[in-house]
Design a protein around this ligand. Structure first.
Ligand SMILES: [Zn+2]
Ligand SMILES: [Zn+2]
Length: 183
């Protein structure tokens, strides 16, 4: 199998985890994860590891975004955002279900406890959540631009306070009224 990034370089068999065969490129250090290898490894895991909010090591990820062909079956690999604050994309073959990870992408997922969710990442539910996250982040940027960082933070704090308050409606009416002391 040839590396989908380096093209002429051959992938070499490796073990991603004990008993988890994969193929790694000696040049770009990207890893091809065959669906079967992942499935068997995942089945042996006791459960879904909890997601970690932050990784400890800042791994040197090499996120290549050039179009790639599946090294196993020749279909085009589709790009997917991982979401959950992961800045890189993964590439997935819809035909054979294999996954391409660039250098240190698997290791980063592992640090965040997301590597055992690989089988969910390319499906509708996960991807819908990713798009929701993106929409939210875009809106946050717009609000920050409009109100300024400090005022937007104050607004968020106020909103959180009001939304949980038993007198929410009265507080909002008070705020909205130009002269709440007028009868
Ligand atoms: Zn390579
Ligand atoms: Zn394939």
């Amino acid at each position: 199998m040839n590396c989908p990034v380096c093209k002429t370089m051959l992938l070499r068999p490796t073990k991603l985890e004990p008993g988890f065969p994969a193929d790694r490129c000696p040049a770009c250090e990207g890893t091809w994860i065959p669906a079967e290898g992942y499935r068997r490894w995942r089945e042996r895991q006791p459960g879904d590891l909890p997601e970690q909010t932050e990784g400890t090591a800042a791994l040197d990820v090499n996120d290549t975004r050039t179009a790639k062909i599946c090294p196993a079956c020749g279909h085009i690999l589709l790009r997917y955002q991982v979401g959950h604050g992961i800045p890189f994309i993964l590439e997935h073959c819809g035909q054979c279900n294999g996954v391409w990870c660039d250098r240190n992408e698997w290791e980063t997922l592992k640090e965040r406890g997301l590597h055992d969710n690989l089988h969910q990442m390319f499906a509708g539910t996960w991807q819908r959540q990713v798009r929701q996250e993106e929409r939210r982040a875009a809106l946050d940027r717009r609000y920050t631009e409009r109100f300024g960082k400090a005022d937007f933070e104050e607004l968020q704090r106020l909103k959180a306070w009001i939304s949980g308050h038993p007198l929410q409606a009265e507080i909002l009416a008070y705020l909205n009224d130009p002269d709440p002391y007028e009868a």
